[in-house]
Design a protein around this ligand. Structure first.
Ligand SMILES: Nc1ncnc2c1ncn2[C@@H]1O[C@H](COP(=O)(O)OP(=O)(O)OP(=O)(O)O)[C@@H](O)[C@H]1O
Length: 403
């Protein structure tokens, strides 16, 4: 709670006072005067902490919009989300979570990441297999097994706040186990770099597959879509709270030796948001614009259904063999989707009727009208069954014709 009751008109701490009292005009006035949104008192409590614990939703929105750090920690290690949860301000919790807010002392507190001695992996013998926005990916040997080592750029890992959030995300990832989720193995210890290991998927990403093969047939698309939907359904049904991927793209879907698809890198885009707030610029974000839900582009609050929107675009792309409007600027595409309700074409010769209906539901402008992954799985299973029945019938008819 705010301690200084009498705050002079000229004191910069007036921002804290106004925030705790829900005085929006006062907060605006202070920010316009040039008071920094992350100003903190001697307990390292910021305006966002105070507004969150007092339930001042509008002030929380305003401060975040003006660049307040969603995960600033006070002297006791509490974030604004810790405060909002303590006082059961549900609406504020949702806003903070949507902006990547974490609660290190409450629901999000968990076991630290499983650590692997850096001497167990010889990075000098690593083979480069890819590069993403966070750093490079190498194929390495760990305990006799080929695994993927993800290195995080030092420009990201050297920021202590970002590093803490990264390790939190990894600690959450290590608890997940599902056949359609890439398995996290551990983080390397005693190295000045941030490197973590995951299982290695030898066929690369869905993006690579589409580049190699082009258009996929209905049976393959439905089987791949089911793999992705099952992995995503597991994340969305995570307890106590769903895990939102936030960056579901063909690059974040990998294929194993048996041909099964697995989802990777969920939640890590929170770090990209964190970086935006603290002034870092991530590369590669443009790639994600192609799959971005309208509400994310418009910077509105959002939920699990943003992943359903991205999923629909991935399924669309599998039938087409690559993204539509490849030459168009991805940000422009996202803009048109958000403000003009534009969607990719659904040619009847490429997209069977039940798929067209499913895609239209999944990329609906209104997030509440989109189905859940559980519902999508049921629809895809029906499509798969009908397709297999038709195929069986076809085989039977041609066998009868021959005999
Ligand atoms: N576990 C893995 N096994 C095999 N290949 C991988 C693995 N992880 C990543 N890759 C390869 O490395 C590439 C880059 O991966 P990474 O996840 O860093 O970046 P990205 O998904 O392309 O972009 P972003 O970081 O913006 O999500 C992938 O497209 C894939 O080809």
């Amino acid at each position: 709670m705010q301690k200084c009751q009498k705050v002079g008109l000229d004191s910069p701490y007036r921002l804290l006072y106004c925030s705790s009292k829900g005085d929006k005009a006062g907060v605006m006035h202070e920010l316009e005067k040039g008071v920094k949104p992350n100003l903190a008192d001697y307990d390292k409590r910021t305006a966002l902490h105070l507004a969150s614990c007092e339930g001042c939703t509008e002030i929380v929105d305003l401060l975040l919009h003006k660049g307040a750090d969603v995960n600033s920690t006070d002297r006791w290690g509490r974030t604004p989300l810790s405060d909002a949860r303590s006082f059961s301000h549900e609406a504020i919790c949702k806003i903070l979570e949507a902006r990547g807010g974490i609660d290190p002392v409450g629901l999000d507190s968990q076991l630290p990441c499983y650590e692997i001695e850096h001497t167990e992996v010889n990075m000098d013998e690593a083979t480069l297999i890819g590069e993403g926005s966070y750093g490079e990916i190498y194929l390495v040997k760990w305990r006799g097994t080929e695994v993927a080592a993800k290195t995080i750029r030092s420009s990201i890992a050297s920021n202590p706040t970002v590093k803490t959030i990264f390790l939190k995300e990894l600690a959450l990832w290590q608890k997940l186990r599902h056949p359609n989720i890439v398995q996290f193995l551990g983080v390397l210890r005693h190295t000045d770099r941030l490197i973590f290991l995951t299982e290695y998927l030898c066929n690369g990403s869905l993006h690579d597959i589409l580049k190699r093969k082009g258009r996929l047939d209905l049976q393959t698309v439905v089987s791949y879509a089911l793999d992705i939907a099952r992995g995503m359904n597991y994340l969305h049904q995570h307890k106590p709270r769903p895990i939102i991927h936030r960056d579901l793209t063909p690059r974040n879907v990998l294929q194993d030796e048996a041909g099964r698809l697995k989802v990777t890198d969920f939640g890590l885009s929170k770090i990209a948001q964190q970086n935006d707030v603290s002034g870092y610029k991530m590369t590669g974000r443009t790639g994600s614009y192609r799959y971005m839900a309208p509400e994310v582009y418009r910077r509105e609050s959002y939920g699990t259904s943003i992943d359903i929107f991205s999923f629909a675009l991935i399924v669309h792309e599998m039938f087409l063999g690559g993204p539509p409007n490849l030459a168009e600027d991805p940000e422009k595409i996202a803009d048109k989707r958000a403000y003009e309700d534009s969607r990719p074409p659904l040619f009847s010769y490429l997209y069977p009727e039940p798929i067209r209906t499913l895609l239209k539901e999944c990329w609906h402008q209104n997030p509440d009208c989109r189905p859940t992954f559980e519902e999508i799985i049921l629809q895809l299973e029906t499509i798969q069954e009908n397709f297999q029945n038709k195929k069986r019938m076809g085989t039977c008819i041609s066998a009868c014709a021959i005999s």
